[in-house]
Unconditional design. Sequence first.
Length: 401
Amino acid sequence: MNDPRSGMAITSDSEQAAQNYLDAVDRILGSESGAKELLDSALEQDPEFALAMAARYMLAKDGNDPAADDLRAKAQFLAQQATSWEQAHIEALIGLLTDPYANLAQTEAYVAANPGDLLIISQLSGYLIFYGGPEKLSRVLNILQASETTLGDDWAFLARLGFAISEAGDPAQGREVQERALKLRPHSLYTIHGYAHILHDLGVPDEAETLIHTWLDRHKATAEGGALYGHLQWHLALAEWQVGKRDEAWARYQRYSAPETTTCGPVLTLADCGGFLLRDYLKTGETSPLTPAVAELTARFEGMLAHPFIALHVAGIHAATGGLSGLDGCAALIREKESSDNRDLALQLVESVGLFARADFSRAAQLLGEITKPQRIGVGGSRVERMLIDLLEEKAQERAA
């Protein structure tokens, strides 16, 4: 059996195991539930299936599963008996998962030579979105466009291409591409999530509210266990909040997207928590209670505060919960780090939020105004995060006037 995207042969003694692996990859790319079970089944049917073992390691690594190291060792051992392409795929995947920065050039060379390997392309693009710096939008778009000849009719590729086109500044074209992807696989959680981002970029929360509600009515049963389910509910809560349904938005956020309830991993949970709480605080001036789960979440990221994305959201949570001492502690921890572009920008963001929280709006606006557009892009994440900085600056200017 061949991998339909790359055209490469899959080495397995079991045709059913190979099919289970391909189905699992589709679910991974769609952020859908059931991938782990399919991979476990594939490995029961063929315990020496190297590609399935590597994919299983990826899920374990992402989920902080204690078995991850053992699965990685097994995948590396099994790769020795696999084809040269399978060996290269497994090496690229493990390299991205263990030390993406050190393996970045190697991974980029791999995807240039293997434009149909969407699993690696997706992992690489995800890394660059957070850590790719001021040029990340063009870097991700260029990587995806280089695969368009090979994957131009593939739903999972189109879902990533549409999202990337919107992020790079053309949400109208991105929407057209995303709609094609959704028609090809209507139940893909990743695709509807990307569509929600695009509608956010277009500034049409009423359309986002209708779209996500309609999609959930049809696909909630299969989406609930997916890694992005809590985040999709966050997008719906944000849309409700933007159209003036604040109580409904808060109820939805607390039920599906708060640290106590979300299906998302730690970084996305931090982004959803900080993004929602800070937006509400900026608009209303009202602080929210600091729950034990939120306090635990911010404490978890204390060692990563020199990254601007982390700093922005942790500081936002402290401000939105009235935690002035927490803001001071964040700034102190960042100052202990060696100066770098990321560290200095992280400190600038925390200090800006701290000034805002202390009602020093003029100085907050001035400090935020010094953050350039490329720096805002380099913060990491999507336009949702860049707009959060813009909102903070606008509110500071408004209250300073």
